[in-house]
Ligand binder design. Structure first.
Ligand SMILES: [Mn+2]
Length: 413
């Protein structure tokens, strides 16, 4: 009789190496996370590490980004953990996959492309000796594009196309599950994914997130038989079903100010000797505080004066100044306050709004480069300049996002 020993698997995603917040580079943040991750892997005696997409922030990462990544993979070799990495929508599938053959010999499994089903199957047998059985099968599915699931036909409407893509993605997971049942019956299985589940709570830092139900995948449709689904793409950590078997680990560091109150974490899966999976969250400390101060300029100045930074890295601050009547000196004073250098914090973004006057001079904000701005940012900023009520703003924003999404789906053809 072979005995199943049990194993520990750690689930993380959305590292976004190379990410900047308003031009402020977050290398120190990811560096501290890497240190913590190595400690957790060591202390918990983790056997397998899963990274569900968006390793890099850009499809064409800088040399520094790549150096950091490969250095960390080298550090992982020392702690003897098996690693499975999939590409996200931010990653270049080819770039992630390029060293796959070499890396496989080091127990690092890289999957970039979503076309070949067999290549997305990672079977690990960690049993030591002939009496021990310690297997797991991982459906290492990267971010799937239309061409990977081949469901769309020419001339389909946008909503039909989106529904077909969602159905195609679920079918993709079903097909891999069928192969697993055929090749490795009775072995526990985990699916990795970089996708948007309906009903998940998003932040400002994801890209290509559909609004409403267009293109979203329902949690129910994912009851395919996998013991756990390790998701990436949404940066806010969250559990999607009652059994806690479908989860977003979330990004390990805050990637936008909208995540400034999130408790970041990694998910530890403990597969016991009965092959049951228990999930546990390991909280990460906030390496850096992201602060947003709003109010009149005087109120904000007072807040900055008493601010104490308790995190290891310099705090990043957004200033949203609200004044009543237009005053050029306030704009100049704000620029002065925002550029003050100190040890505790750095103001990375500021804007001022005068509620009384309405002309094109009423809003001033710090300049962002066009690379940092997403279409929705530009649209929002335009909305802010127009003094329309909040409800109407929301409606317009929703319409704009729908248009944007239709446009993006058309680009995928
Ligand atoms: Mn991401």
């Amino acid at each position: 009789m072979l005995t199943f020993v049990g194993m520990k698997i750690l689930h993380t995603a959305d590292w976004h190496i190379g990410k900047s917040l308003y031009k402020y580079e977050l290398y120190d943040d990811i560096g501290l996370f890497f240190q913590d991750l190595l400690t957790i892997i060591g202390e918990e005696e983790v056997d397998v590490l899963l990274i569900s997409g968006d390793i890099f922030d850009l499809a064409n990462p800088s040399n520094k980004d790549k150096e950091l990544y490969y250095q960390f993979l080298a550090d992982l070799l020392k702690v003897k953990v098996h690693v499975v990495i999939t590409a996200g929508n931010h990653d270049s599938a080819r770039m992630i996959e390029a060293p796959a053959t070499l890396m496989k010999n080091l127990n690092i499994h890289l999957v970039g492309q979503g076309t070949d089903l067999e290549k997305q199957l990672v079977h690990l047998d960690l049993g030591r000796g002939p009496k021990e059985r310690n297997e797991i099968v991982i459906a290492a599915v990267p971010f799937l594009r239309d061409r990977d699931v081949k469901t769309s036909q020419a001339g389909e409407s946008v909503s039909v196309k989106a529904k077909n893509l969602a159905d195609g993605i679920v079918q993709h997971y079903q097909n891999i599950y069928d192969i697993i049942q055929d090749k490795h019956p009775g072995v526990p299985s985990i699916a990795m994914g970089h996708l948007h589940m309906q009903g998940s709570s998003t932040s400002d830092s994801e890209r290509d997130i559909p609004i409403g139900n267009l293109g979203g995948i329902s949690v129910e449709s994912f009851n395919l038989g996998y013991d756990y689904v390790a998701l990436g793409h949404i940066h806010r950590p969250q559990v999607l079903n009652k059994q806690a078997t479908i989860q977003y680990s979330g990004s390990p560091i805050a990637l936008s100010f909208s995540e400034r109150k999130d408790q970041k974490r990694v998910v530890l899966l403990e597969l016991d000797s009965n092959q049951k999976i228990l999930t546990k969250h390991i909280e990460l400390s906030a390496y850096r505080k992201l602060i947003r101060f709003s109010g009149s300029l005087d109120v904000i100045k007072a807040k900055l004066l008493t601010f104490k930074n308790s995190a290891p890295l310099k705090a990043l601050v957004e200033l949203h100044v609200e004044e009543i009547s237009y005053d050029q000196t306030k704009i100049l004073e704000l620029q002065e306050v925002a550029s003050l250098k100190n040890e505790e914090y750095e103001v990375v973004h500021n804007k001022i709004r005068f509620s009384e006057k309405r002309d094109h001079l009423t809003t001033a904000r710090s300049k962002s480069t066009i690379e940092e701005l997403k279409p929705i940012d530009v649209f929002r900023s335009k909305l802010e300049d127009e003094f329309i009520d909040e409800a109407q703003k929301d409606a317009l924003e929703k319409l704009f996002l729908e248009l944007l999404e239709k446009w993006e789906l058309q680009l995928q053809e």
